[in-house]
Design a protein around this ligand. Structure first.
Ligand code: 1HE
Length: 262
């Protein structure tokens, strides 16, 4: 599938799920300015029109990260603005109204890993490999990685990956909390869509609280977190949708919790 200037990002829908495909396979889905802006627009549209998002990559890789050809020409202040723009776009994705799943295969590298880290659930296939080659390229993370990736796997592991250029496979990435699922090669997108459809069926208010309250509470002191939790809990539990769902369970109209593997 070839890239055209109009389609650095392919947008499709499957029911309530918007599927966004990074579509610069001949540049290994390097994240150009145009692609980042297309992603911003698509995420904003999905927040209005869909109930969940899947982000995946066309071709052999999820993403080779920052478009190095564009970056070579930036002045220091342009570099700051560029990084802050990525922060704004990824923030919209991470603390938006609907859950975002990423389907990862091949290279999940540099800014590609930073993008994946801003999604809520990462599904990797066995071909996926994760790396932070910024150190070897003479640059630093700029898409939120020092905050999000470091919190996911820990500063020591991130320091090692950035200093030594270490590349880790899918199984190691799962053990390090970089992804939540590992599936056979070629199955990440289908699994991510399946999971996204499940999440899309949740109450809107619950999903909003999960995406917005959980990460903020994680950044709070324990006492503050517990206090905020009580208010979020009371707000969601008294929404009309929650009342109906609780009633449905008590009337035996709702599904029971499944055992693992069911
Ligand atoms: C690119 C990029 C890119 C490939 N920007 N053009 N990211 C990196 O340091 C990763 C650099 N890329 C690679 O190490 C490899 O390309 C891959 C391991 C990802 C894939 O290898 P392969 O053999 O499948 O592809 P390739 O032959 O290396 O690349 C194909 C083409 O894509 C080639 O261009 P061509 O014109 O010669 O065909 C490559 O130059 C081009 N290409 N990756 C631009 N990244 C907000 S701060 C974030 C900081 C970072 O993300 S740093 C990490 C940057």
């Amino acid at each position: 599938m070839g890239e055209t200037a109009e389609t650095p990002l392919r947008v499709e829908t499957d029911g309530d799920v918007a599927i966004l495909t990074l579509n610069r396979p001949q540049k290994r889905n390097a994240l150009s300015d145009t692609l980042i802006e297309a992603l911003a627009d698509a995420v904003e549209a999905a927040q209005r029109n869909s109930r969940a998002v899947v982000i995946c990559g066309a071709g052999e890789h999820f993403s080779a990260g920052l478009d190095l050809a564009e970056h070579a020409e930036r002045s220091p202040i342009e570099g700051v603005h560029h990084s802050r723009r990525w922060h704004a776009v990824f923030e919209k994705l991470e603390h938006g109204a609907i859950p975002v799943f990423s389907a990862l295969h091949g290279a999940v590298v540099g800014g590609g890993l930073e993008l994946a880290a801003a999604t809520h659930v990462r599904v990797a296939d066995e071909s996926a490999f994760f790396a932070l080659p910024e150190g070897t390229r003479g640059i630093f993370v700029g898409g939120g990685g020092s905050v999000r990736v470091a919190r996911l796997m820990g500063v020591a592991r991130m320091t090692d990956m950035m200093l030594t250029g270490r590349s880790v496979g899918a199984a190691q990435a799962e053990a390090w909390n970089l992804c939540q699922y590992v599936v056979p090669e070629g199955e990440a997108r289908a699994k991510a869509v399946e999971l996204a459809k499940k999440a899309a069926g949740n109450a809107e208010m619950s999903n909003y609280a999960i995406l917005n309250a959980l990460p903020r509470i994680a950044d709070m002191a324990r006492g503050d977190g517990l206090f905020v939790e009580s208010f979020v809990s009371a707000m969601t539990a008294t929404s009309p949708e929650a009342e109906e769902r609780l009633r449905a369970f008590l009337d035996k109209r709702a599904a029971k919790v499944a055992r693992p593997g069911q």
